[in-house]
Design a protein around this ligand. Structure first.
Ligand SMILES: Cc1cc2nc3c(=O)[nH]c(=O)nc-3n(C[C@H](O)[C@H](O)[C@H](O)COP(=O)(O)OP(=O)(O)OC[C@H]3O[C@@H](n4cnc5c(N)ncnc54)[C@H](O)[C@@H]3O)c2cc1C
Length: 555
């Protein structure tokens, strides 16, 4: 089937929904999302949104905190723009109905939490379920908007790219790639559809599933990065993977995060014997930046051989804990841990990808009419390390900017016909006849597991040149295996995600190998110092001319 919309948004998290709601005033919008519409990282965000809303705060302080976290790689113009736009975007969400916790007076309308790396209280939150509150309000608003159509269980395979030659007379001056839509797998009916659009917005979130342990939901397989790379877009800074220091360590807890706000409210990290250890690692102790805390925990666990460390907030008043962290309290209690009395067992886990698809201040990528917003983008805000709670903020601000840009171009875009498009990349995927070599599905599950384990062990919190080189070899072999065997397997979402996962892993390793220094979230024992003269710059990767990808389903 072929669909036509003015705008095609891939992903139903805060980036995709915010953009869609704003852009729907100027045209029709399709949101395709690969699972249930609520299944996003946004929905699991706990801590909140960083913004300058307190009487003792200032834009300058938020800017400085962001730059400090970014360790020399933030783009100052982007930081300025995001920080200055923050309060307006937060108020928009509040006006839409997000039930943020109230402050004590009209002068202080929001209750503001504190998180690691922030020198002021500036985290707007809805108890400890901020993401869920935001997601539900945005989804409800999108569903009520007649110009927005949401397609659940629709997985984008690849973009439709037109190669356009710009000519002056008979001379070709330049080739330009223009995005015209996407091929999309309806995974319930196992059909591939063509979505044509004036512009495509990749809002596909992060890539936490590349690692064995992650706080991210299963949808975070890095699809958007792989899709953009295959189409020829420029990606950057993929070596900067943020490991959240405190994920709940329990056999029955899958990806459950213990929010940074717990340390913000006085929670202390202790070892099995009850000894606090952060004072040995950083003057800010438990409120040090995430990378410092994650490395400290990694070091303590390696030293002691223990499976986890503990986060203790039991010295705070029990009623306060239950009110401030109702979700964490209930979740832990359901697993037999009463956090008002017991320390919480925690381990670090892959949490946030600072790098992504390179964009400008409007969210535009290096391919015309292709935008990237939210966690899949590399805007220049985070640099080498993200300041806590700056990501929801970034997604909202860039969704706003991109919507303004798309709306102002809509009239001129509409003057061209989408159907009159010359040959595109890639050719439309064909469904396999699907006699179904079901027994070969083990290749998918096996390789999926190997990639995630490999990335955890060799490309994790602490890296070395040797481990990175080994990882690169292993991934090359796995990719070869996927290329050789997978075309025989009927098209399905697991296969597509595996291909994307392997590609994203390869790109993270490529970036990590390039950066011969330690900075922000990238820590390499063979190059433990920061090297500003050579490395105060982004690590950019782009597809080689000769690189070929087989289409998931072309048989
Ligand atoms: C547990 C947890 C807690 C967090 N807490 C905070 C916090 O307190 N503050 C903060 O600022 N940040 C926090 N973050 C980070 C923040 O939540 C994310 O960075 C942000 O929500 C990303 O939003 P997004 O819209 O870019 O992506 P997401 O919300 O992840 O949405 C991505 C969407 O893309 C869809 N998708 C992906 N691939 C495809 C495809 N191929 N085809 C179709 N659809 C696709 C997914 O199904 C999903 O709908 C947290 C993250 C996690 C996991």
């Amino acid at each position: 089937m072929e669909y036509q919309f003015d705008l095609l948004v891939v992903g139903s998290g805060i980036a995709g929904l915010t953009f869609a709601l704003k852009a729907a005033a100027s045209g029709t919008v399709a949101i395709v999302t690969k699972k249930d519409k609520l299944e996003t990282s946004t929905n699991y965000a706990q801590g909140g949104i960083a913004s300058v809303l307190g009487p003792d705060d200032s834009f300058q302080l938020h800017i400085e905190d962001t730059l400090n976290a970014g360790d020399g790689l933030c783009h100052q113009d982007v930081v300025d723009m995001v920080v200055h736009n923050g309060p307006d975007r937060v108020r928009e969400l509040a006006n839409l109905g997000v039930p943020f916790d109230h402050g004590s007076s009209q002068m202080a309308p929001f209750d503001l939490g504190r998180e690691g790396g922030h020198t002021r209280n500036r985290i707007v939150h809805a108890h400890d379920m901020t993401g869920q509150a935001v997601e539900q309000v945005l989804v409800a608003a999108a569903e009520a908007n007649p110009n927005i159509h949401i397609f659940e269980n629709h997985l984008v395979l690849d973009l439709i790219i037109q190669h356009r030659s710009l000519k002056a007379g008979t001379v070709t001056l330049q080739h330009e790639d223009v995005c015209r839509g996407a091929y999309v797998l309806d995974s319930q009916h196992e059909e591939v559809h063509t979505f044509l659009a004036q512009a495509v917005l990749l809002c596909t979130g992060g890539a936490g599933k590349v690692y064995l342990y992650t706080s991210n939901p299963d949808v975070a397989a890095g699809d958007g990065l792989a899709i953009a790379y295959r189409a020829g877009a420029r990606l950057a800074n993929l070596e900067f993977v943020q490991f959240h220091p405190t994920c709940l360590y329990h056999p029955q807890a899958k990806n459950f995060l213990i929010s940074e706000a717990v340390r913000g409210e006085g929670g202390r990290l202790i070892d099995r014997r009850g000894r606090a250890f952060m004072e040995h690692y950083h003057p800010l102790k438990d409120l040090a930046f995430r990378d410092v805390v994650a490395r400290a925990i990694d070091t303590e666990m390696k030293k002691s051989g223990d499976d986890c460390v503990f986060l203790d907030i039991s010295h705070r008043d029990a009623e306060f804990i239950q009110q401030r962290f109702p979700n964490i309290y209930q979740k832990c209690l359901s697993l037999g841990i009463d956090i008002t009395r017991d320390p919480i067992p925690v381990v670090p886990a892959a949490h946030y990808l600072c790098g992504g698809i390179l964009t400008d201040l409007q969210g535009r990528t290096s391919i015309e009419n292709l935008y990237a917003i939210g966690e899949c983008a590399c805007t220049g805000l985070h640099g080498a390390n993200r300041l806590a709670s700056n990501s929801l903020l970034e997604a909202m601000v860039f969704a706003h900017e991109a919507s303004l840009h798309c709306s102002s171009n809509m009239e001129s875009w509409r003057r061209r016909s989408l159907r009159e498009i010359p040959p595109c990349f890639p050719t439309p995927p064909k469904q396999s006849s699907g006699s179904g070599l079901q027994s070969e599905m083990v290749l998918i599950t096996h390789n999926w597991d190997i990639i995630r384990r490999l990335m955890w062990n060799y490309v994790g919190i602490v890296r070395t040149d040797k481990r990175l080189a080994l990882a690169q070899n292993h991934i090359a072999q796995i990719s070869l295996e996927i290329r050789e065997h997978m075309p025989n397997i009927p098209l399905n979402s697991d296969l597509v995600e595996l291909q994307n996962l392997a590609l994203v892993a390869e790109l993270i390793i490529r970036c990590a190998i390039q950066r011969k220094e330690s900075r922000g979230l990238h820590y390499n024992l063979d190059h433990p110092q920061k090297d500003d003269p050579n490395w105060q710059r982004d690590t950019v990767v782009v597809k080689h001319q000769t690189e070929e990808f087989f289409c998931a389903s072309s048989k």
